[in-house]
Ligand binder design. Structure first.
Ligand code: NOJ
Ligand code: CA
Length: 692
């Protein structure tokens, strides 16, 4: 069967338009739509990708360069290849869907040297119906000494200039926290991944990586308009990656879909990660939480005591009461530990992760929480000082474990390239958030936490590359502009932000966006104290209330925060009901429609339940979406509880106009959903027999 799709041998007329006799190998996706061709044309390893008979990635180079020895750049030929295929289904402990199908054809191509010293590498390609992945596999060989220093990766992605790109810059101070740009691919200089492209035929591509382990993160660098090269983050010792042979690189991934929504239904990144290495992970909790958090971002409270301290025993108990009353599993508390007074952004070395401020009693708070069926969610802000953090890591996690904490949010607030560490000679070194040092650091934290049945939610992280499959306690992370920018972002996230995130950042994995702000103009209120002036009142969520609800379905995370102050929820219990009801763990998920930067609709079925949920969001444009309800069970009728924009809703002038109503629906119907400017809709579908 497979043989039909795989051809090998010398091609007289090379697909790579060269004069020489080049060897080629071809591998095709199970459905036949994607054709990947590998060549050694001109002595260089290269690949190209066609989708439905059109080229989507033009011939692009492959290769690696090393510091102390010859690279895999030129003088290479294909020495052999092997093909296999797989079709298996695996189960996720938690996720967007319970069962994931991994159906691919694989081609492993061995390149050997034709000149210079003997060297060999394998490039392994996997071609799925939803895209391709490939990685370098390098054996132990004479070429290398004890360690191998990679100075460059030559991988190219030639997507062409005629495609539109959605992207954020790489190498700039704010890590991944930028407003997305939309531009011709030819105008993109340096960009983080996932980066998403759309061509004239409506075909969408997204370039990213999977299984980033013991390597530096890859961003894309323009080589010529529309042709990008892998740019590996630098280590402080000047090389890009330090490893030893044998080694494998992360997978370079290109998700491919005939339309935008297909990207959202792809499991390619997870399929290219290793299975769960932690064994029984039934202790990993998914659910919703509240926290002493937004209060600091809108300057009602402060992290330290140089203002109005947020993390006091009394205040935390108030949040615990609220969580217990409304069914939240956790209360995040930031600012309880010593180190927050003054300029905490720049004082990472001062954080103690075990000592609390005198007005916060950890034992009392956690005991009180547990007595009410709630757990404290721990917080470790490092301000980017990983030496200070690592020196306390085990004690800090032990302390949390002893107090019933099951989840810790970590933070690495520091400019990109300014992660601090002291090396073994006592010299201060600066690292990148996506460099190999941080890739290693995060896994160390995740593994130490796993030993104590603790899950990790990383802020200012390295990007997600699907490692949640291997380490299911790496539960979520930030890694994009989240809600916090709406408190002080100047400018805040524009209306289209959450219509781009699903097609870019979210392709990497879950995000702790922290939705659910109900007071949409927090900075209009007078300051709580003269010395705590609020941010510019134009900083606000640029959404309607209904859109805040829709985000719980649109932006997947297995833990979701109800981010606003309890008082604001108490004023809108009708809308709050959706946040109380919506699950965070799913049996199935599907994108029904969408265009990058315009709108998107997702539906998800509750894990272990019968209810479906829908979230739809639009950018600054009003629009009416026609939603076919064919995803519902055909033999049931449902009560739909609909939370949608009212007739006068508009994010700027009338964000609170929301219509909440019930309607009986069934699978054969089409629902018309009018969305206001930067509006949204959130729906719960409950089978009628069980509706309460
Ligand atoms: C930045 C994080 O994104 C935010 O959630 C947190 O409150 C602050 N750092 C303080 O740790
Ligand atoms: Ca942040």
């Amino acid at each position: 069967m497979l043989a039909r799709f795989i051809f090998s041998g010398a091609a007289l007329i090379s697909l790579f338009a060269a004069q020489s006799l080049a060897a080629e190998r071809i591998i095709v996706s199970p459905d036949g739509d994607i054709v990947l061709t590998v060549s050694d044309d001109g002595g260089r390893a290269a690949y190209k990708v066609d989708f439905r008979d059109s080229q989507v990635v033009a011939p692009s180079r492959l290769g690696l360069l090393f510091k102390d020895t010859h690279g895999f750049d030129r003088g290479l030929e294909i020495a052999g290849s092997e093909t296999t295929s797989a079709d298996e289904t695996w189960e996720q402990p938690w996720g967007e869907r319970r069962f994931v199908r991994d159906h691919h054809n694989e081609l492993a191509v061995e390149f050997v040297s034709t000149d210079g010293p003997q060297r060999r590498m394998t490039v392994r390609f996997r071609v799925f119906d939803d895209g391709v992945g490939f990685r370098y596999e390098v054996d132990k060989q004479k070429l290398f000494g004890k360690s191998v220093s990679i100075t460059d990766e030559l991988t190219q992605f030639a997507v062409g200039t005629g495609v539109t790109a959605w992207w954020i810059p790489s190498g700039e101070f704010n890590r991944y926290e930028y407003i997305y740009e939309q531009s011709p691919a030819g105008d993109v200089q340096d960009a983080h991944t996932p980066i998403t492209f759309k061509n004239e035929d409506g075909v969408h591509l997204s370039i990213h990586e999977a299984a980033l382990v013991d390597y530096s993160g890859m961003s894309l660098q323009r080589q010529r308009p529309g042709t990008f090269k892998a740019s590996l983050s630098l280590r402080s010792d000047g090389v890009r990656v330090k490893t030893s042979a044998p080694f494998v690189t992360p997978w370079r991934t290109i998700q491919i879909s005939p339309d935008a929504k297909g990207l959202l239904n792809s499991d390619l990144i997870l399929n290219l990660n290793e299975p769960n290495k932690l064994g029984d992970v039934s202790w990993v909790e998914t659910d919703k939480y509240v926290g002493i958090w937004w209060a600091m971002h809108i300057r009602d409270r402060t992290w330290g005591r140089d203002g109005i301290h947020g993390a006091t025993t009394e205040e935390t108990k108030r949040y615990i009461d609220f969580a217990a009353e409304h069914g939240f599993i956790g209360v995040l508390v930031e600012g309880w530990n010593i180190g927050w007074d003054g300029d905490w952004f720049n004082n990472g070395a001062l954080f103690s992760f075990t000592e609390s401020y005198p007005d916060f009693d950890l034992k009392e708070v956690t005991g009180y929480a547990l007595s009410k069926g709630v757990r404290l969610i721990g917080h470790h802000e490092t301000s980017g000082d990983i030496t200070n953090y690592e020196s306390q890591l085990e004690d800090a996690l032990d302390l949390y474990k002893a107090n019933g904490v099951r989840m810790v949010k970590t933070g690495y607030v520091a400019d990109a390239g300014q992660i601090e560490r002291i090396d073994k000679n006592g010299i201060k070194r600066y690292e990148w958030h996506d460099g190999q040092t941080m890739v290693d650091h995060h896994l160390r934290v995740v593994k130490e936490a796993a030993k104590r049945n603790i899950s990790i939610n990383t802020h200012e992280p390295v990007k997600d590359t699907g490692l949640r499959r291997t380490y299911p306690n790496w539960i979520t992370r930030e890694g994009a502009r989240g809600q916090e920018f709406n408190a002080w972002g100047s400018p805040p996230n524009p209306p289209e932000h959450t219509t781009i995130l699903p097609f870019t950042r979210m392709l990497a994995g879950p995000m702790d966006f922290t939705p659910g702000i109900f007071d949409l103009e927090p900075n209009k209120r007078p300051p709580v104290r003269e010395d705590m002036q609020r941010s510019d009142p134009r900083n606000r969520p640029q959404t309607t209330l209904a859109k805040q609800l829709a985000l719980y379905v649109v932006l997947y995370s297995p833990i979701q925060m109800a981010a606003d102050l309890p008082d604001n929820y108490e004023k809108r219990m009708d809308a709050f009901q959706f946040i109380k009801d919506v699950p965070t763990d799913w049996e199935e998920s599907a994108a029904l429609n969408g265009e990058v930067g315009d709108f998107v609709t997702l539906v998800r079925k509750a894990r272990g339940g019968e209810d479906w949920y829908l979230g739809a969001v639009t950018d600054e444009d009003t629009r009416t979406l026609e939603i076919s309800l064919e995803f519902l069970d055909a033999d049931k009728s449902y009560v739909a509880t609909i939370y949608c924009d009212g007739p006068d809703a508009h994010w700027k002038s009338n964000p609170y106009d929301i219509k909440i109503y019930e309607r009986e629906v069934s699978a054969g119907e089409t629902l018309r959903l009018p969305l206001a400017a930067s509006g949204g809709a959130a729906i719960r579908f409950t089978p009628k027999a069980t509706a309460q």
